[in-house]
Write a protein that binds this ligand. Sequence first.
Ligand code: SDX
Length: 430
Amino acid sequence: MSGNTATLTIGDKAIELPTKSGSVGPTVVDIAPLYKHTGMFTYDPGFTSTASCESQITYIDGDEGVLLYRGYPIEQLAEHGDFLETCYLLLYGELPTAAQKADFDYRVTRHTMVHEQMARFFQGFRRDAHPMAVMVASVGALSAFYHDSTDISDPHQRMISSMRLIAKMPTLAAMAYKYTIGQPFVYPQNNLDYPSNFLRMCFSVPCEDYKPNPILARALDRIFILHADHEQNASTSTVRLAGSSGANPFACIAAGIACLWGPAHGGANEAALKMLQEIGTVDRIPQYIAKAKDKNDPFRLMGFGHRVYKNYDPRAKIMQRTTHEVLNELGHKDDPLLEVALELERIALHDEYFIEKKLYPNIDFYSGITLKAMGFPTSMFTVLFALARTVGWIAQWKEMIEDPSQKIGRPRQLYTGAARRDYVSPAQRR
Ligand code: SDX
């Protein structure tokens, strides 16, 4: 590769492909002209070496364990800011002034109620429905209620739908939880901040007063910040692809929720906690490490490994600190699950297999212990991930919609199926 081009030689033919460099991170080779010049496609299942878009929102350096939101290190945002400040930053690109923050908080707060008929929508589910199934359905159903913010060509409607999604996700998530435990839905309170409102909608009951624990609210707010965005992960790519067809934002976010649900992605926090519960005690860790290393055993250490981070996930470090804070506040500092998690991490980080494959704890390894201690059932863990990631999905969707070069996403394939053949009548089939 030289200057701003890369030369690809195929047989006796050499073609020049333009390259593009970002403000930081790997340079890309623009292969758009490849098919026209060579009649060939590139082949990269899982997109391990493929940049699907240009973005200015989030940067990850997997080798260095760096995560920046609009250039700001995640550690600083989690330490000094709050989740709605991070939402503003991801959506608009700059940290808000005090006046901008006050206005943003005010607008989000006044969109937290959902249409009253949504409550009847929930009645159609069985009480034992997984809350993620309820979230996929109810977020998609928002497009049936808010027709005045589904025209994606109108910047004002895009802004309104963005605010509605950020504001209503906690309300819908709390409704999904309350419905599974047979308790009445709790309306949002405008005098509470974002995390406190969510805690109250989840854990208060009409029979007594409820005062959100400020330490738990701050911890939850920080957990939301850590989960807010993560460049072109599977669910964000799903939202971008759905949005590229012109689908309305509620449908696109519902598609993102569906993708996040998988245990290899956002479902890993639920799977990681179940794994720690299955291991149970420190003495059983070696047999599970052996299973994770056994090629013939599909078992993986949930909450370990990452497609991009080949160093410690910077979010996992902050998550671990938050876990200790919450367990200490709740008097669970001797939680046996934390003991198993800390020992499992210690053993894995010294094991040749994990070192060679650069497998480190990711954000999902500690989040489950924290959320369980706060009183959330495991089935709600990925719901909270989706709640927090909604702003990232929206910011990425907004960036794509506002990109003048945007077109519908339509990958090609390597076809290895049957060549053309003629129909055989049933009588002649063997
Ligand atoms: C999230 O993309 C994102 O940014 C996602 C996310 C976000 O914020 O959006 O960060 C959130 O999804 C975090 C990841 C949560 N998932 C898990 O914790 C599930 C367990 N982890 C793995 O399934 C796996 O590590 C992935 C899916 C996360 C990454 O898989 P890759 O990049 O496709 O890597 P791979 O599966 O090819 O693994 C490389 C090697 C393999 O061994 P070999 O075939 O090369 O011999 O490492 C092994 C794997 O077998 N390996 C593991 C392992 N993860 C990978 N072995 C044991 N335990 C594990 N957890």
